[in-house]
Design a protein around this ligand. Sequence first.
Ligand SMILES: Nc1ncnc2c1ncn2[C@@H]1O[C@H](COP(=O)(O)OP(=O)(O)OP(=O)(O)O)[C@@H](O)[C@H]1O
Ligand SMILES: N[C@@H](CCO)C(=O)O
Length: 320
Amino acid sequence: MAVYTEPSDDELRDFLAEYAIGDALSCKGIAEGVENSNFLLVTTQGPFILTLYEKRVDPADLPFFLDLMQHLAGKGVGCPLPVNGKDGRALRTLAGRPAAIITFLTGMWPRKITVEHCRALGTALAALHVAGADFPHVRRNSLSLDGWRSLAASCVARADACEAGLAAAITTELAELEQAWPSELPVGVIHADLFPDNVFFQDAKLTGLIDFYFACTDALAYDLVICLNAWCFEPDGAFNATKARALMRAYVAVRPLNQAELAALPVLARGASLRFLLTRLYDWLNRVDGALVRVKDPLEYARKLRFHRQVRDAGEYGLD
Ligand SMILES: Nc1ncnc2c1ncn2[C@@H]1O[C@H](COP(=O)(O)OP(=O)(O)OP(=O)(O)O)[C@@H](O)[C@H]1O
Ligand SMILES: N[C@@H](CCO)C(=O)O
């Protein structure tokens, strides 16, 4: 359950008085998500999402995220739109946290991933990258090599409590990625967390993308392998080559990868595995007993990392 901050009735009433979105009918905490506090706010004008931004979000980054949603929606990418208050501002404070209201996106995220979902995702991800090409703002990816280094430093001493040998695996991987990480690939705006719970479908049609709060400027192909990891492995850990081929081919049909990107895919996929292994491991090691947040399994990403370490080329991901 991700409701870390619960505004009082008075705080909520004063906050909503800043908007012209009708009268509030209900405001209920949303159980999904792990990062921020989200509420389904229903007013006489319909449903909205109210988000209070929590610990991992730097308030200085919020204009980047909100402007990005505005930019992408303006280019026809299905995503929520920030709602401005009567003063024209989308970002304000509620219960001591930065907060914003965004429009409600219809659809549901897919619980059982199919090849068709992966194909639709490939098309939508490439469209996002194309639409983001003229987005004027830049945000460094704080969860790339530098971020992994400091997360690893804070985790390795206790990592073997999660799985024997994990500390050594992380240390070796980080050292190898420091050497092999590519720096000359096409960069642009990436979503950086496009997991199934952030992609909505209705009747098998992709309706939009949510949760832009890790979006940043980084290698576009890195975003693609984050999706490869999140969508193309089965619950038992097996890699699904058919799903990978569908995702990859749909992506390159809209935005072809150059030779350097193709060659870099296995290394990028290892980096994408280490990134989620480390954030999950950090959360696992620092979990608070009794907290209502479900901690995600770090070892799922240790297994994905092992898989990518033995991949030789992009052909194994469905691209020749
Ligand atoms: N614009 C939206 N329209 C409809 N539902 C939304 C919207 N934004 C968020 N939700 C709902 O709230 C849930 C949590 O949102 P979100 O993924 O942004 O949270 P989060 O805490 O940042 O989670 P995480 O980073 O773990 O995915 C979603 O799964 C969805 O059910
Ligand atoms: N998508 C992330 C959590 C939210 O950032 C994960 O699965 O670890």
